[in-house]
Design a protein around this ligand. Structure first.
Ligand code: IMP
Length: 428
């Protein structure tokens, strides 16, 4: 048996769906532990592309149990749309399980997310406006509605009535907006609860027994380390814990049951939304990466900001996640550059630093220290079937990543197809 956590080591969109799907082949269970439908995972199987937001990537394989853990925030409307999409693709969701402890994203969360962004004006976070932050706020405030409430008609009516009334006060009195229709929401969401009820389980016990029974369990992170509410570039972060520690609180699985943590990185760096980005290339280089790497958001369609690989961030990700391996994606996107750059440290006020400062003003001020390396060509990259067959310069680039981070690269991918990847170390 083995348990693997797959986490994003940058600002999300590292291609975790692809890596998860790779490991999912040998997994018995795939578990989401945080975030919600702000995530966008693209998985390509048999030349067919699936876009997932809330459903765990395991859903594409009918023999895997796919769990939405307690740390996830669930928008029932979005979930039902996604279920419908999966069914239209000829797949089933019989293997889906939803934690009774997960919190529900209500319509007022989405409205408040949009208003909060509007009010921040030029300081907006650039959220996905899916209601993620406001839902986690209610969870922390202890006024949230959980899946266990949603599927209990009487409890839901009581809790929803109280919550909608409280939010309407804020909407009308504070923001001068129209109130939401209490009865309409209650009726609509009661229906959602009825449809989702068959999938609802005590997920902690389900996962614990799977681990104890020797099954392979894969924990699938959404977003990335630098978007973690504690360890990311606060306040330009999401409201959950994408880091590996998030698995423990987001599923109820204790830290002693986790065997390996794989950090997923792109061969370069991207981020969506606002916030500091030291290696950003707001120029032709960034444009080339964006076009070649199709760097447009799966959830919002926004163009992603692109730049060189930042080794300081990677070392930070190794530390805060306890990474044991790296999976490097998009090596193909970086091909055809005559030379590529990798940031090995920062210069702050003329001094070299190798840690990510907590202070955003300091991050804004730092200058990247780059090492320039020769590039590689796409044709020979795509021909490689083994690590040894990779172009020499691509191997040197990967070795540099290993040298900076101090951990091995277990998986390298250079295209969306399953065969366009090299798996160096068996983990499951
Ligand atoms: P929220 O998660 O919608 O509250 O957005 C907070 C920040 O996280 C914004 O900068 C978003 O662009 C970013 N974000 C949320 N989900 C993702 C994701 O899946 N990939 C990349 N960035 C994300």
């Amino acid at each position: 048996m083995a348990t693997i956590v797959v986490v994003g080591a940058q600002w999300g969109d590292e291609g975790k769906g692809r890596v998860t799907d790779f490991f999912a082949e040998k997994a018995d269970m795939v578990v989401r532990y945080q975030g919600g439908n702000n995530a966008g995972h693209t998985v390509e199987v048999d030349q067919k592309r699936y876009k997932l937001h809330l459903l765990p990537s395991g859903i594409i394989h009918k023999d895997k149990i796919s769990v939405i853990g307690n740390g996830v925030v669930v928008d029932p409307e979005a979930l039902l749309e996604e279920i419908e999409y999966i069914q239209k693709e000829g797949l089933t969701v019989d293997s889906l399980r939803i934690s009774e402890r997960a919190h529900v994203i209500m319509p007022y969360h989405k409205v408040l997310d949009a208003i909060s962004e509007e009010n921040l004006e030029e300081n907006e976070i650039g959220t996905t406006k899916k209601g993620i932050g406001p839902c986690y706020m209610d969870k922390a405030e202890r006024s949230g509605i959980r899946i266990a409430d949603l599927i209990d008609e009487k409890a839901f009516r009581e809790k929803a009535k109280k919550a909608i009334r409280a939010k309407n006060e804020i909407l009308v009195k504070l923001y001068g907006k129209e109130p939401l229709d209490e009865e309409e929401i209650i009726q609509k969401y009661t229906k959602y609860g009825e449809i989702l009820k068959p999938y609802v389980v005590a997920s902690t016990s389900l996962i614990y027994h799977a681990v104890k029974d020797g099954q392979n369990v894969l924990f699938e992170g959404a977003q990335g380390t630098l978007l973690d509410i504690d360890f990311g570039t606060y306040p330009y972060v999401t409201s959950s814990h994408p880091i590996a520690g998030g698995v423990c609180v987001g599923t109820g699985v204790g830290p002693t049951l986790i065997d390996n943590v794989v950090g997923v990185v792109k061969a370069y760096t991207t981020r969506v939304g606002k916030g500091p980005f030291v290696t950003e290339q707001d120029n032709e280089i960034g444009d080339t990466i964006r076009i070649k790497g199709h760097e447009f958001g799966t959830t919002t369609g926004r163009p992603r900001r692109c730049g060189w690989l930042d080794g300081v961030i990677l070392k930070y990700a190794v530390m805060v996640n306890g990474l044991t391996y790296l999976a490097v994606n998009h090596l193909d996107t970086l091909s055809e550059f005559e030379t590529v750059k990798i940031c090995t440290g920062y210069l702050l006020n003329g001094k070299s630093i190798y840690d990510l400062p907590a202070n955003l003003e300091e991050i804004e001020k730092v200058e990247p220290i780059y090492e320039e390396m020769p590039g590689w060509d796409l044709e020979s990259l795509r021909k490689a079937k083994t690590y040894e067959e990779l172009p020499e310069n691509a191997k040197k680039y990967l070795e540099k990543i290993e040298e900076i981070t101090g951990i091995p690269v277990c998986l390298i991918s250079f295209g969306p197809e399953r065969h366009q990847a090299i798996y160096r170390t068996e983990i499951f």
